[in-house]
Design a protein around this ligand. Structure first.
Ligand code: PGA
Ligand code: ZN
Length: 425
């Protein structure tokens, strides 16, 4: 039973304010949760509530969200059972009363929703992932999708147009070993970049952000790094891309500034087909823009048998948009970001819908993060098999991977490493 709620304005990994919530149950259990925040946000995402007061934090303050938690939401949830997540989330959604959570904010609602999940687990004396697991037997250890080269809006100088270049150590025997493969490759990449005279400063998700002459060049650098670290590209470590193409889609064309040219959707599909033929790529996320449904159908028809094609800005963790994607045969996997939709229950529903249709579900952090590790437990509990949460660098990224190490150690052999089978293709 919820006895008290307390909201607080804290900072995220970019130094912007975000909301943190503490929940106390009548039994004395306390739990804390914080909301993350994106930079390349999809236009169809649920609403993020910010104060808009230009003299405080450039308008990004969240004092209104704090006040809503301390007053309206605390009153609305008083006496509610934190252990019945669906009912609690229904009450939050009803309290907000809007389609896009624009009154209370998805950030506000999510922090409360996660705090309840964590409090309920603590009250039951269970690790969070065990408390979230339903049906039992679904859980597994995920393959880490490690974004080791950042571009787009996550690199604050002239980097690649594509936002994320990930290494995927699916050939490791355990999560712990996968993390080691990834970390060793990350350090090999740093040495290679330095030797070639590139900057080795990192972007928002901890990956390096060199100024490159094409969107293909990072793939060559990463393949070289995998080999230098002693692994075989494609056998032990595959590659994944998140071009986040909504960010460079302008007036009906995909503008690749790094390469000085603009491509149609059909030409982008050709571009990806060429990359997939030349490199051991297994996943492309947001290869096309958030409302380019025709393009997505074309992409999926052409490459969907060979690649996991993940919709992020396209689906925004929203079951209605995922349904439409399934109906149209656009994509074959969904990116899962709890703050795109705003409650734990709706996030789980998005995973269930994807998995129930044979689609992949890839749980994800945001580029603005805190040390909250909810997504690590979530992806284990739902057996999504893969999690992207940045490079093995920057505390807010590493903390998710460290939480997975703790889970793997505690669970022992009862959780298997998802490995290559985690991917729908
Ligand atoms: P964001 O980027 O958190 O800045 O939206 C992550 C992504 O596009 O997957
Ligand atoms: Zn994305």
């Amino acid at each position: 039973e919820i006895a008290a709620l307390h909201g607080r304005e804290i900072l995220d990994s970019r130094g912007n304010p975000t909301i943190e919530v503490e929940m106390r149950l009548a039994c004395g259990v306390c739990a804390r949760a914080a909301a993350p925040s994106g930079a390349s946000t999809g236009i169809h995402e649920a609403w993020e509530l910010r104060d808009g007061e230009p003299t405080r934090y450039r308008g990004k303050g969240v004092l209104n969200a704090v006040s809503l938690v301390n007053n309206e939401i605390a009153a609305g949830l008083a006496g509610a059972d934190a252990a019945v997540q669906e009912e609690l989330d229904r009450r939050l959604i009803a309290l907000d009363g809007t389609e896009t959570k624009s009154r209370l904010g998805a950030n506000t609602i999510l922090a409360v929703s996660i705090a309840a999940a964590r409090a309920a687990a603590a009250a039951k004396g269970l690790p969070l992932w065990r408390s979230l697991e339903a049906p039992a037997g679904r859980a597994s250890m995920p393959v880490p999708m490690m974004n080791i080269l950042n571009g787009g809006v996550h690199a604050h100088w002239q980097g690649a147009d594509f936002q994320e270049y990930m290494i995927v150590p699916y050939g490791a025997p355990t999560f712990r070993e996968a993390l080691r493969y990834g970390s060793e490759t990350y350090h090999a990449l740093r040495s290679i970049l330095a030797a070639k005279g590139h900057h080795t400063g990192v972007g928002d998700e901890g990956g390096f952000a060199p100024a490159v002459g094409s969107n293909r060049e990072p793939l060559d650098l990463i393949v070289e790094a995998i080999e230098a670290a002693g692994y075989r590209p494609g056998a032990e470590i595959g590659l994944a891309l998140d071009p986040a193409s909504s960010g460079f889609f302008e007036d009906g064309a995909y503008r690749l500034k790094t390469e000085g040219r603009s491509l149609s959707a059909g030409e982008m599909v050709d571009y990806y087909a060429d990359l997939a033929a030349a490199y051991p790529i297994i996943v492309i996320e947001d290869g096309l823009a958030e409302d380019d449904w025709d393009g997505w159908q074309m992409l999926t028809a052409r490459l969907g048998d060979h690649l996991e094609l993940v919709g992020d800005d396209l689906f925004v963790t929203n079951v209605a948009r995922i349904q439409e994607g399934i109906r149209q045969g656009a994509a074959n996997a969904v990116l899962i970001k709890p703050n795109q939709i705003g409650t734990v229950t709706e996030t789980v529903a998005a995973v269930d819908l994807a998995q129930g249709n044979g689609w992949g579900a890839m749980v994800s952090h945001r580029s603005g993060e805190t040390v909250d590790t909810f997504i690590a437990d979530l992806c284990v509990a739902l057996g999504t098999g893969h999690l992207k949460t940045g490079a093995p660098a920057r505390g807010e990224r590493v903390e998710k991977y460290n939480q997975l190490l703790r889970i793997e150690e505690e669970a022992g052999s009862s959780l298997t490493f998802a490995g290559r089978n985690a991917f729908v293709r």
